[in-house]
Ligand binder design. Sequence first.
Ligand code: ADP
Ligand code: MG
Length: 350
Amino acid sequence: MIGDRLWGLFSIDMGIDLGTCNTLVCIKGEGIVLNEPSVVAVRRGTTQVLQNGNAVGLVAKEMLGKTPGSIVAIRPLKDGVIADFDITEAMLGYFIRKVHGRRRIARPRVVIAIPSGITAVEKRAVYNSAERAGAREVYLLEEPMAAGIGAGLPIGESTASMIVDIGGGTTEVAIMSLGDIAVCESIRVAGDDLDESIVNYMRRTYNLCIGPQTAEAIKIEIGSVAPLEQELTREVRGRDNVSGLPRACTITSEEIREALREPVDQIIECVIRTLERAEPELSADLVSNGIHLAGGGALLRGLDRVVSQSTGLTVHVADDPLTCVARGTAVYLENLAQWKTTLESDADGY
Ligand code: ADP
Ligand code: MG
């Protein structure tokens, strides 16, 4: 016990949200200390990480702008599954070292929030990567649980809490109670698909080719899923599909709403399916507790209203939905002693 406390003085506890788009690291007592894109720069056609494994996150993104062609960006968790274990390991190791390097005293204790849809093999890979990156103890936490804790929901109590976490690659829908997930579903329809729908819409309707970054900017600036009090417009620039020359046009938020309809409907269907699978006692709780939205997708204008209309439940957007999971891992760390028994039995499986 005393040993544990002494150790606590020298080591740090780190919570990591290993997202498909962004990785965030939260340190107990310090808050969020790292927030970078989950991107790794590799030489085209290889899995060789550039600069001795240091071309990760913001560095990777910056390099890409300057040296296109021979270098490509890889998002190793793009679809919520680990596409490449070595690249994921390089990324996780880089982030852990970056945060820990400045404070290197003792090896850190790490909690990592992972998508609920990943396989046992992928879990094992994340676990081993963190150990190899220098973690003293590693705990894996399912992302909807972390989001629930971050949103301040009473997930340890005997009442149902529901989280819809819309990230970049996956949407995770889960109903939790008594510190565990009762029903969940993860679909590979999320922010990236909304961007892709905008790319397709611009090509179909305006014969204009735009890149994914432009599509994302359009989504963030004028994207919506329900009518707005004041509809918005925006200029869009790209390459004309016919002439091949640069061109600009103006689009409205109504058009973008239409473009986003299909993926948004898929997300709502997933929410409804999950509700249908819940035990009646849990459904009863949700009548009063409602649904909580987290992840970057929760910021889409009007999404709360539409989910509420489709389900008849109250819908809340978590405070700062982009950092919800990371903050949840930090709260989890603070109460680790309390959770440890369940965690340890979970960790046995890896
Ligand atoms: P992940 O957990 O998968 O890394 P995040 O929760 O970080 O994902 O969310 C990233 C997604 O949220 C991206 O698709 C991004 O375009 C989207 N996003 C960020 N801000 C907004 C916004 N204001 N409106 C709509 N989507 C947003
Ligand atoms: Mg996430």
